[in-house]
Design a protein around this ligand. Structure first.
Ligand code: ATP
Ligand code: MG
Length: 367
């Protein structure tokens, strides 16, 4: 069929297709092009989900608002100047991307903050576990995985995929281990990461198509618990007779002493330390966060016409128990489950109406 088409007609069809692809890309890019959050407005939106971590949210919101504003400006400028190649356009922006390092205990909102903020911006977000990298000791292969993950998260749009956010989990686990005989983890992986974070291009085969994707404009957020970092910082502060909250005074040297490669630390210019969650924070997560696990239970039970509610004292007990368990906000889910499990099994189909959980109820179930 195609062979018999006249040249003019073929050109017309090609133009139509190209126009269609442009519009598709345009739609996919809309979130970035229309990005109009200020750091403060982005933080205010984060506040609805992420409880506490005030400094952390401020730092994240600022870094991310500037990153996407910059990308949007570069894309728009390129449009205006008639440059169709966005790669060329973005090359002209001078400001380096500011990858973010989040340090803090388990379950306090490190990954969650990244996820929420990328949802708010409307860009693809993927979480990659760095311990997976150290198993093979080879970053190259994983780079392709990451790019494919981004592509999927971007609904298949390569342009948008390359402007997403990658959360590198457990960065502290690839700190140089002095005791390893073979250096499968540690330094080798860190070296490979340098390139990934800076920007590497990799080819991905999708059926007949070969896509060349790069991490140059991908924003990297790395997170880790960095268990002993606090004492490293405090010791240095004591030595240098500096007083103040260690969380706000973490230096590159401290991270190097922990076992990170200096060059890798330098690739994460924005550093922020998240706090352990207090009983008050945990209670606020239950009552205020848009993603409160309590709200989830309430909704689940509503589907069976059971109206779940907790008294204030009961909520305090739940929060207190979760804090004692030391798993951060993750503890809330398991505590709630232990409290509610019996009723969740027994009540559906046999009872409708209110289910009030008070202090005595909680104490009995958690005994
Ligand atoms: N500050 C917070 N406000 C509201 N919810 C939170 C907060 N911190 C954690 N959560 C809840 O707990 C879950 C686990 O938190 P998250 O995945 O961010 O842990 P993390 O800090 O990345 O810990 P890890 O080091 O174990 O990966 C989140 O999905 C969220 O539902
Ligand atoms: Mg995490």
């Amino acid at each position: 069929m195609i062979d018999h088409l006249g040249d003019a007609r073929r050109r017309r069809l090609e133009a139509k297709l190209a126009d269609f692809r442009d519009r598709q890309t345009e739609a996919a890019l809309a979130h970035i092009l229309e990005f109009n959050h200020t750091p403060a407005s982005l933080k205010a939106r984060m506040d609805r989900h992420v409880i506490g971590q005030e400094q952390g949210k401020k730092v994240l919101a600022t870094a991310i608002a500037f990153h996407y504003r910059r990308l949007a400006a570069a894309l728009k400028e390129a449009r205006a100047a008639g440059v169709l190649d966005w790669e060329t356009a973005l090359k002209q922006t001078r400001t380096p991307k500011a990858n973010i390092l989040i340090i803090g205990p388990t379950g306090v909102g490190k990954t969650y903050s990244g996820e929420i903020v990328s949802q708010l911006v409307g860009v693809p977000f993927v979480v990659e576990d760095l311990t997976k990298f150290s198993e093979t000791g080879y970053v190259g292969q994983n780079t392709q995985d990451i790019l494919v993950d981004l592509l999927i998260a971007a609904g298949g749009d390569p342009l948008v995929a390359q402007m997403g956010i990658v959360y590198l989990d457990e960065l502290d686990k690839i700190a140089a281990e002095v005791t390893t005989t073979r250096d499968v983890s540690g330094k080798g992986v860190q070296k490979g990461l340098l390139r990934l974070v800076e920007g590497v291009t990799n080819t991905i085969e999708m059926g007949k198509e070969r896509l060349s994707l790069s991490t140059k404009h991908v924003l990297f957020i790395a997170g880790g618990v960095f268990e002993t970092l606090g004492s490293i910082v405090k010791k240095r502060l004591a030595r240098q007779k500096i007083s103040g909250e260690w969380r706000e005074l973490v230096s590159a040297d401290d991270l190097v002493e922990f076992g990170m490669e200096r060059q890798l630390v330098a690739r994460f210019p924005v550093k922020v330390v998240f706090h352990g969650l207090t009983t008050g924070d945990l209670k606020n997560i239950l009552t205020q966060s848009a993603d409160s696990p309590l709200l989830a239970y309430i909704n689940d039970l509503k589907a069976w016409d059971i109206d779940l509610s907790f008294t204030d004292e009961a909520l305090t007990l739940v929060a207190e128990r979760a804090r004692q368990e030391g798993a951060g906000a993750r503890g809330l889910v398991s505590v709630l489950h232990r409290i509610l499990f019996e009723e969740m099994f027994r009540l559906p189909g046999t009872y409708t109406g209110p289910l009030v959980v008070d202090e005595a109820f909680v104490r009995e179930r958690l005994a």
